[in-house]
Write a protein that binds this ligand. Sequence first.
Ligand code: NAD
Length: 269
Amino acid sequence: MILLQVQHLEDGMGLGGKRAIITGSNSGIGLGVAEALAAAGAEVVLNSFTDRAEDHELAAELGARHGVAARYIAADMSKGAECRALVEKAGGCDILVNNAGIQFVSPIEEFPVDKWDAILAINLTSAFHTIAAALPGMRAKGWGRVVNVASAHGLTASPFKSAYIAAKHGVVGLSKTVALEMAGQGITCNAICPGYVLTPLVEAQIPEQMKVHGMDRETVIREVMLLRQPSRQFATVEQIGGTAVYLCSSAADQVTGTTISVDGGWTAL
Ligand code: NAD
């Protein structure tokens, strides 16, 4: 293990000896970020709300692939106490990636109240709890990285996604506030704003979007999802992972309280 960590340092990646918690990381972007941080030498703690053998196997395989310690800790990010318990059970962290998120698409008058509450809890309030729990340990070490996975929808809006867009704008505001509170203490906080990335979350939106817009699958992908992404290409989980690694590097020591868009030009429009 020590030899492998030295190797990661020699590779110039420099995250050996750092522990990262990535919420919502048994699939999609979270898993991609965990993979990238592990490849850079970090110990990783994967999370979701399920507690299946396959979740723990996923972490074990990821750790073995990169020669780092890796664990899976189940915690439901819709529940504040579980968010804080995740950080405690992990033994604190040097890198906190708030990534857990869900989506629901509906006109606002018909938007189910339980969906609104769940989206705000998982996509926004969970980050408040995990950050509050993780910061004391980071402050004690004089080093920390908080990376919040927001969205292009943290900077712009689209119809039928009121809860998601409210939550993601909230994540951007929360990131700026934490950055100011931690300024000069070796701790940065930023938000990554991806455009569309083809993950299970996006796959699940396609039928809803087809219904709302009355379009077939290919038309929804071309005319709705990628319409505002000038590259007309999905971003990849590897690109989001690489951005997170950059934010954790010493090159980003003075990058704080800001957003980094990985959106094929969406927010340049
Ligand atoms: P995904 O569905 O593949 O991943 C979501 C993750 O969150 C999963 O691991 C899921 O198990 C977990 N999760 C859901 N509810 C949870 C809960 N209550 N407690 C703990 N974990 C929970 O989706 P994704 O596309 O990888 O999304 C990850 C993040 O990226 C989300 O915050 C999403 O809003 C954001 N994002 C995605 C895209 C995209 O196009 N895919 C674009 C911008 C932002």
